[in-house]
Design a protein around this ligand. Structure first.
Ligand SMILES: O=C(O)[C@H](O)COP(=O)(O)O
Length: 229
C-alpha cells in the first residue's frame, strides 16, 4: 500500500523572528532542530519508515529531512530535490516583518496575501536577490517575482505526477519534506479542499503527516492526513 508522509520543515530563524521567508534560504533554529529529531523518532514509533525522499532546494527542508531520517535510521535512502517543492515566493514581502506588514497594509490585506488561493503578494522588484548562488539559474529556472497558492499548485502538481506518483504506484513509502505553502498545495489536491476552504488550512512545523493512499492515490476512505504524535 502506498504511503505518503508530508513534513513541513522545523522552525527556522525567520519563523522565529516573524519574517516573510519564501525563497530566502534560512537555517533551522534550535527548536526546528529538535522538531526534526522528534519527527524522525515519530516515524520509527509509527513504523512509517520512508523508502525515498523528496525535498525542495531550500536548506530548512533539506536539514529537517536529514535530521529526521538520521533519527529513524533511514539516512541512506535515495533523495530527489526539486525547486517545484520550494515555499511559495513571497515577492516584495520577503524579509519583511509579518506584524509590521499588517500594520502598514491592514490585517485583512495581509491575511489575503498569506492565505487566499489566488491573491499574490506585491512583486519582488530586486530580481535575483533570492538566487545569490545561482542554483536556479544553473537549472534554467526563472525565480518568480511573486506567487499565490494557485501559482504554487501549478508547479507542484506536474512534479507530483511526473516524479512522486511513480514511486507511490510502485508501493513505496514516500517522504516529502517541504514548506507550509507547497504542502498546502499538495494537501489541497489530495483532500480535494475547495478554494474557499483552503485559507483555513495550517500545517505545523516539524510534524509528520501520514496519508495511506488507495489505487487512485487518494487518501483511503477520504481520510484527512494523520498527524503523527
Ligand atoms: O515563507 C514564510 O514566511 C513561511 O514559511 C510561511 O509563511 P506563511 O505562514 O505566511 O504562509
Amino acid at each position: 500500500m502506498p504511503r505518503l508522509i508530508i513534513l513541513r520543515h522545523g522552525q527556522s530563524t525567520w519563523n522565529d523572528q516573524n519574517l516573510f521567508t519564501g525563497w530566502v534560504d534560512v537555517p533551522l533554529n534550535e527548536r526546528g532542530t529538535s522538531e526534526a529529531t522528534k519527527a524522525g523518532k515519530l516515524m520509527t514509533k509509527h513504523e512509517c519508515l520512508p523508502d525515498t525522499l523528496y525535498t525542495s532546494l531550500l536548506r530548512r527542508a533539506i536539514t529537517t529531512a536529514n535530521i529526521a531520517l538520521d533519527n529513524c535510521d533511514r539516512h541512506w535512502i535515495p533523495v530527489k530535490r526539486a525547486w517545484q517543492l520550494n515555499e511559495r515566493h513571497y515577492g516584495g514581502l520577503q524579509g519583511k516583518n509579518k506584524a509590521e506588514a499588517a500594520e502598514k497594509f491592514g490585517k485583512e490585506q495581509v491575511h489575503l496575501w498569506r492565505r487566499s488561493y489566488d491573491v499574490p503578494p506585491p512583486e519582488n522588484e530586486q530580481d535575483g536577490n533570492t538566487d545569490p548562488d545561482g542554483r536556479y539559474a544553473k537549472g534554467g529556472i526563472k525565480v518568480p517575482k511573486t506567487e499565490c497558492l494557485k501559482d504554487v499548485l501549478v508547479r507542484v502538481l506536474p512534479y507530483w505526477e511526473s516524479d512522486i506518483v511513480p514511486d507511490l504506484k510502485a508501493g513505496k513509502t514516500v517522504l516529502v519534506a517541504a514548506h507550509g505553502n507547497s504542502l498546502r498545495a499538495l494537501m489541497k489536491h489530495l483532500e480535494n479542499i475547495s478554494d474557499e476552504d483552503i485559507p483555513g488550512v495550517e500545517i505545523p512545523t516539524g510534524v509528520p503527516i501520514l496519508y495511506e493512499l488507495d489505487d487512485n492515490l487518494k487518501p483511503k476512505g477520504g481520510a484527512k492526513g494523520k498527524h503523527l504524535d
